[in-house]
Design a protein around this ligand. Structure first.
Ligand SMILES: C[S@@+](CC[C@H](N)C(=O)[O-])C[C@H]1O[C@@H](n2cnc3c(N)ncnc32)[C@H](O)[C@@H]1O
Length: 465
């Protein structure tokens, strides 16, 4: 979900001496001397402002510039792996603690931390130039610059209807709407501040938090300056927070030459998460995964028994999702690295589900229950002794995943060619994001199909011998 900072507490492993504010001028000099990137004029004053506000140096190694991913931080001098490149005290972070105490006490339990920080943003926005945070708040992206799927039109969302992100987007929208209703009652006590705030404004503020805040023990916090860092899923640098010393910092994971863009990892996020929470995708994301649903059809005469068995063995089926005809369960598949039957296979829980699903008699189900009781209590985690049933279960999975892969393929084709002349910039961008998302999930499905094909072939060959 959101960006997560690792907590090291007292085990904080690298601290650097405090450096005085006198270094700020160097940052400006350095970035003007760098030819690769053009600094946005309007941001020249940002770091000096933040350093004055915090009374401490935040970074002498970075400057704000422009990249293909919007604004970004660049090395203003040579950086070596292990260097602390920025440190932002908690005193200049925006967290639920910044809420007006009178307002905070009115917010009920339904209001989560993300919503609380969103209210802080709305409050400071309303204060305009009178806000002590104005230099920060006025630089936050505007709604038209944001691409989280919660802002996509119905037609745009249709592009990703194959992916579970479609439903997650709808669920998040209704959660935000529900939270807005819950806070509106509290807002009524502050008409001069919040009377004109609409659900759309709240949704924008909410998305600002999901795309720029880090989690810590005190909830989610916006960390000015650090939040100009862009994401690289392979970087080893993350934002670290020290709750004892009350600051967040970033340590470089490699050397950087002056002028190079510095990237960090927000988390091990799939394109679905990046798109929902941050409004972007990676062309190739090593953390991609697919959510698939399994269901036991109600016309299966052993349906009740199978459901009961799965429930008893800690695999609760989510009946709320099921509608009338079936009972569903959700599984996450990550990339299966090898099609040779070795390496990481598809999730054991999904294979177990398939084995249970393929049973055709009470005896078979009883045997599975007995076996689970004799081992670690988990149902159908071992290869079935009935080889043809084992093959059948995996064959069934392969067919289901192959069908899904074909559906994904058709959806990707329906998006049209990568560059379609005449399409507006926003639609082209979102279409490319849909393509990245679906291509990533298709890659995972294909890797799982290859694994299953190989597994079935190996078992069939063993049977023949
Ligand atoms: C924490 S902010 C980073 C600063 C941001 N670029 C800005 O201009 O304010 C996160 C946002 O940066 C953009 N972003 C970060 N990493 C990206 C990447 N690898 N590719 C595309 N956009 C990226 C996305 O718009 C994301 O919502």
């Amino acid at each position: 979900m959101l960006l997560v900072a690792r907590q090291f507490g007292n085990r904080w492993w690298r601290r650097r001496p405090h450096i005085g504010l006198s270094h700020t001028a160097i940052i400006k000099l350095n970035f003007h001397s760098l030819p690769q990137t053009k600094v946005e004029e309007e941001l020249d004053d940002f770091l000096p402002w933040l350093q004055r506000k915090s009374g401490t140096e935040i970074s002498s190694a970075l400057f704000i510039g422009k990249s293909t991913h919007g604004r970004s931080l660049f090395a203003s001098k040579s950086i070596r792996a292990g260097d602390c490149i920025l440190r932002v005290p908690y005193s200049v972070q925006l967290a639920p603690d910044n809420l007006l105490p009178e307002l905070k006490s009115l917010l009920g339990d339904q209001v989560g931390d993300v919503a609380k920080v969103a209210i802080v943003i709305l409050f400071e926005q309303k204060m305009g130039q009178d806000s002590e945070w104005a230099p920060y708040i006025s630089r936050l992206p505007r709604p038209e610059q944001m691409h989280s799927t919660i802002f996509w039109s119905e037609d745009e969302l249709e592009m990703i209807c194959q992916s579970s992100l479609y439903q997650e987007t709808i669920d998040l929208r209704s959660l935000v709407e529900k939270e807005f209703l819950a806070i509106r009652t509290a807002f009524e006590h502050f008409p001069e501040m919040f009377e004109s705030i609409t659900c759309k404004d709240f949704m924008h503020a909410y998305a600002l938090v999901t795309s720029r805040a880090w989690g810590s023990r005190k909830g989610y916090s916006l960390i000015p300056f650090a939040d100009f860092l862009n994401h690289d899923g392979t970087s080893e640098s993350v934002v670290l927070s020290d709750d004892d010393k009350h600051f967040s910092e970033v340590i470089a994971d490699r050397n950087y030459a002056p002028g190079e863009q510095v990237l960090i990892r927000y988390g091990n996020f799939s394109n679905a998460t990046l798109l929902l929470d941050f409004g972007f995708t990676l062309p190739y994301n090593i953390h991609d995964q697919v959510q698939i649903q399994g269901n036991i059809p109600h016309h299966d005469i052993l349906c009740e028994l199978k459901l009961e068995l799965l429930k008893r063995h800690h695999r609760p089926i989510n009946n709320a999702m099921t509608g009338f005809n079936s009972s569903m369960d959700c599984f996450t598949i990550k990339e299966v690295r090898s099609g040779s039957g070795k390496g990481k296979g598809i999730p054991q829980s999904l294979r177990a589900f398939a084995r249970v699903l393929c049973c055709t008699s009470r005896e078979e189900l009883n045997d599975l229950a007995k076996e689970a009781a004799q081992h670690d209590g988990r149902l159908a985690r071992r290869t079935l002794t009935n080889r043809s049933r084992e093959i059948e279960a995996h064959q069934m999975l392969k067919e289901k995943l192959t069908q899904l892969a074909e559906d994904y393929d058709a959806s990707i084709k329906s998006l049209g060619p990568e560059s379609s002349p005449g399409a507006c910039k926003r639609l082209s961008l979102r279409r490319q994001m849909a393509r990245d998302l679906l291509n990533g999930e298709l890659r995972i499905l294909k890797s799982a199909c290859a694994w299953l094909k190989d597994y079935c072939a190996t078992l069939t060959a063993a049977d023949r011998h």
